[in-house]
Design a protein around this ligand. Structure first.
Ligand SMILES: C[S@@+](CC[C@H](N)C(=O)[O-])C[C@H]1O[C@@H](n2cnc3c(N)ncnc32)[C@H](O)[C@@H]1O
Length: 292
């Protein structure tokens, strides 16, 4: 859930008098992960925000969103293969595990132990709505399962969704989420590295989803190999600068296709979100077919 502009303004307004000049440190957006039963809010404060401002913002936020029981501030960039970051507890109490509900999909997770972004819900629905009955779908870098579960939920006639994840904590949540959503048998969680685990599905998939903008290109060979001999669709995520959003992603896909005697037709190319100032997470949907 993203904070609505109205609430944001209200927060600033609420705090204007108490904070005076320091109202400039009130973050311009934040995430709430969880549900009515309990949620965690995650804020990103501008550099130099004083502690009393952080506390005031967190307390105001908990007054506006009664389900938020714990407020965390981002304390580092995302790091490492698991794409985790450090957090600082600003206010509230209780654990960091929540059940987030996204378009009817229940996702149990702990944002301090696994990657999860509630801002990508629309993107997941967009990908899921393209899946056709009878498809076998490979979701690489599956996290706690949001893409795989959204696909199986939106397309109940999907043959199978294979979901590979390296982080044991995320895998454990994914297994639990498959059960929570009653999608056993449809979603197949796999613990391990896409480099080695994808082999079991070489030549077996109609569609491959690659939601790891930092480095998905290193796994494009595996994605091509997973597709059926007649080809299929790859949803390829990549980071790109504002001045040239798609050329590099197109080039990477075309190079891999050429190496394998395949052709690539771009079905769609879009900006998913802003990663950093003037750097965007983009997604290219590519139809891969044998060259005639
Ligand atoms: C950007 S997160 C996306 C997670 C999930 N798809 C989502 O949208 O919430 C990337 C995930 O890929 C996992 N990962 C990184 N390298 C991997 C690899 N070589 N094989 C399998 N999973 C990997 C990380 O642990 C992380 O959970």
């Amino acid at each position: 859930m993203r904070l609505r502009a109205g609430v944001r303004v209200r927060l600033k307004e609420l705090l204007k008098e108490a904070l005076g000049e320091d109202v400039k440190y009130v973050p311009s957006s934040f995430d709430i992960i969880g549900s009515r039963e309990g949620a965690v809010a995650i804020l990103e404060f501008p550099e130099g925000a004083p502690d009393h401002v952080k506390r005031a913002v967190a307390e105001a936020l908990m007054r506006v969103h009664r389900n938020v029981r714990l407020v965390l501030a981002k304390a580092s960039e995302r790091k490492g293969a698991f794409r985790l970051r450090e957090y600082e507890v600003i206010a509230g109490e209780g654990g960091t595990e929540v059940v987030h509900v996204e378009h009817g999909v229940k996702l149990k997770l702990d944002p301090t132990k696994v990657y999860f972004s509630p801002r990508e819900a629309t993107e997941r629905v967009r990908v899921a709505s393209q899946v056709k009955p009878g498809e076998t779908v490979m979701v690489m870098f599956a996290g706690v399962g949001p893409y795989a579960l959204m696909i199986a939920k939106k397309q109940p006639l999907v043959e199978k969704v294979v979901a590979i994840e390296l982080n044991p904590e995320a895998y454990r949540y994914m297994v639990e989420n498959v059960r929570l959503n009653k999608l056993e048998g449809k979603v197949v969680p796999v613990l391990g590295d896409v480099r080695t685990e994808a082999k079991r599905w070489y030549g077996a998939c109609d569609r491959v989803v690659m939601p790891l903008p930092k480095g998905a290109h290193e796994f494009l060979d595996r994605a091509f190999l997973c597709l059926k001999p007649g080809g299929g669709v790859i949803h390829f995520y990549h980071w790109a600068p504002e001045r040239d959003l798609f050329s590099e992603a197109f080039r990477l896909l075309e190079r891999e296709a050429t190496l394998r005697g395949m052709s690539v037709r771009i079905l769609d190319a879009r900006v998913v979100s802003e990663y950093a100032p003037r750097i965007y997470k983009v997604c290219v949907d590519a139809l891969v077919e044998p060259e005639v």
